[in-house]
Ligand binder design. Structure first.
Ligand code: SAH
Length: 237
């Protein structure tokens, strides 16, 4: 009996050791991601860097990808969707020039990772996902992680979120072929929007848009590859 107890205690201690060394790996990989992929490629906003350092990206990917969660690439999250490459998340977040008081709309919740990064920086995040299972999963995870300033909604992001508008910033993480009119309308004066636009995954640009004196000033800033915005083609505009 005594021997059995000692054996069990050993197994428990060994298990704890193993999981804590795994946690250390994640911390190290995250730190490496921030220095090699984010800072060295020119991201300067301290709030963005701090958020990328803090949010545990491995919690947002399926179990089979946890070991590569901090790699320099997007990863599958199921339902033929992906979590974006860390650099693209940082680039888009920095482009929004977020302030602590900002209210932000995200279209394409996916895993919830981008929403968590935004929530670390600004006042509140409203995020819409068209795949019901992903919306539900992200909502649960973000609640578990303690985010009280994120609201997740299942629906078609093409329409924006009229009840919560206007927004200081809008980030779109799926690609329409034209900028949806409701999103333009729901951007506050002085607000910023970052959105991929293009006809195919090989012909897409990120556009940074600013609303100034009621007019939208658009600039193409980076070639990218996002999944298409679902349902978009059915809309009239
Ligand atoms: N921001 C996400 C990655 C998004 S991948 C993350 O951090 O993980 C793009 C997401 O946009 C997918 O989950 C896809 O289902 C969603 N999507 C596509 N079309 C949409 C639409 N019309 N409205 C809302 N979400 C949409």
């Amino acid at each position: 009996m005594r021997l059995f107890q000692i054996f069990c205690a050993f197994i428990i201690v060994a298990g704890m050791d193993c999981s804590s060394s795994q946690e250390n790996d994640y911390v190290r990989w995250r730190e490496q991601m921030v220095s090699d992929q984010i800072i060295s490629r020119g991201i300067k906003d301290k709030k963005v860097i701090a958020a990328m350092r803090k949010v545990e990206r491995h919690r947002f990917v399926p179990d089979e990808y946890k070991q590569v969660a901090y790699g320099d690439h997007p990863l599958p999250i199921g339902y033929e969707q992906t979590i974006s490459q860390p650099y693209v998340v940082a680039f888009m977040t920095e482009a929004l020039e977020l302030k602590q008081t900002d209210r932000v709309l995200e279209i394409g919740t996916g895993s919830g990772y981008q929403a968590a990064i935004l929530a670390e920086i600004c006042d509140s995040v409203f995020t819409i996902e068209i795949v019901p299972e992903l919306a539900q999963q992200a909502k649960l995870l973000l609640e578990q992680l303690g985010y009280k300033n994120i609201q997740v909604k299942h629906g078609d992001g093409y329409q924006g979120w009229i009840e919560k508008a206007p927004f200081d910033a809008i980030i779109v993480t799926c690609s329409p072929t034209k900028i949806p009119q409701p999103l333009k309308d729901q951007l506050r004066e002085g607000g910023r929007m970052i959105i991929p636009v293009g006809y195919s995954q090989t012909d897409q640009y990120l556009y940074l848009i600013k609303k100034q004196n009621g007019r939208l000033v658009e600039k193409a800033v980076l070639p990218v590859r996002f999944v298409p915005m679902v349902n978009f083609e059915k809309k009239s505009y």
